[in-house]
Design a protein around this ligand. Structure first.
Ligand code: ADP
Ligand code: MG
Length: 235
């Protein structure tokens, strides 16, 4: 308000506006600025690796993925319903891109979001446990409306690490949302966690209320680089 009141007052005087009208406009501007700042703060706090949004996502590259369904999920009701999303597929098929776009949409809706890779999360959990700060860290995670856990499956965990991740997933069950991406089909998750029973219990909770998308196909990165090579040749 301090930055704008003089300019708006001049405009109001020129337009012969009533004082109430001027005050309303000044307040509206302040409220809008605060809302924009809050969104920026939430996006920064979420820690997305790269800014990737729906506008740069080419849905025609993944024809079996339903664009209307994804855009409906971008409205965020799945988070209010405390359900989950799993994006399963081979590398380069746009899982991180979509996870980020869905996370950004949630930030814009005022939701608290955190993006992390599965291995970074397990490392943080193990560190917190060593420093007797596990409860505190879990409480922080619990405040998030959406936890995005990217790249589950590239690295396997120690038994203790797997148990910590299991605890986080279990705590969120029916209370808070998770978005998980993995290169492994569910049947292969047992490789990641040591113990079939724990894997089964984790999958049971994760997939109970879950929108599952299979993103298999050719790598977008690979396809793009082939396209570039071809166009260079024809030049
Ligand atoms: P994944 O996480 O499945 O390995 P990424 O989301 O990191 O794949 O995608 C790899 C790169 O290709 C990124 O730069 C991403 O923006 C791009 N990409 C993947 N799929 C698409 C798509 N359908 N439309 C536009 N860009 C895409
Ligand atoms: Mg990825």
């Amino acid at each position: 308000m301090g930055a704008e009141f003089e300019k708006l007052a001049r405009e109001a005087a020129e337009a012969n506006e009533a004082y109430e009208q001027y005050l309303l406009r000044l307040t509206e501007l302040e409220v809008a600025t605060r809302a924009t700042n809050a969104i920026q703060t939430r996006i920064r706090a979420a820690g997305f690796p790269r800014a990737k949004d729906f506008d740069t996502f080419d849905f025609t590259a993944v024809p079996h993925l339903s664009k209307p369904k994804i855009l409906e999920l971008a409205r965020g009701e799945w988070i209010d319903q405390r359900s989950n999303i799993c994006l399963i597929g081979s590398p380069g098929t746009g899982k991180t891109h979509l996870a980020t776009a869905l996370g950004l949409a949630a930030c814009r809706q005022g939701k608290r979001v955190r993006f992390t890779t599965a291995s970074a999360l397990v490392t943080r959990l193990e560190e917190a446990q060593k420093q007797y700060r596990l409860e505190r860290f879990l409480a922080q995670l619990d405040k998030l409306d959406l936890l995005i856990c990217d790249e589950l499956g590239y690295l396997s965990f120690s038994r203790a690490g797997g148990e910590l991740l299991f605890q986080v997933f279990g705590d969120r069950y029916e209370r808070r949302s998770l978005l998980v991406t993995s290169n492994l089909a569910f049947g292969e998750w047992v490789q990641m966690f040591q113990g079939e029973r724990m894997t089964a219990a984790l999958l049971d909770r994760l997939t109970h209320k879950c929108h599952i998308f299979e993103m298999n196909g050719e790598s977008f990165r690979f396809r793009e680089s082939m396209k570039n090579k071809k166009s260079k040749k024809s030049e």
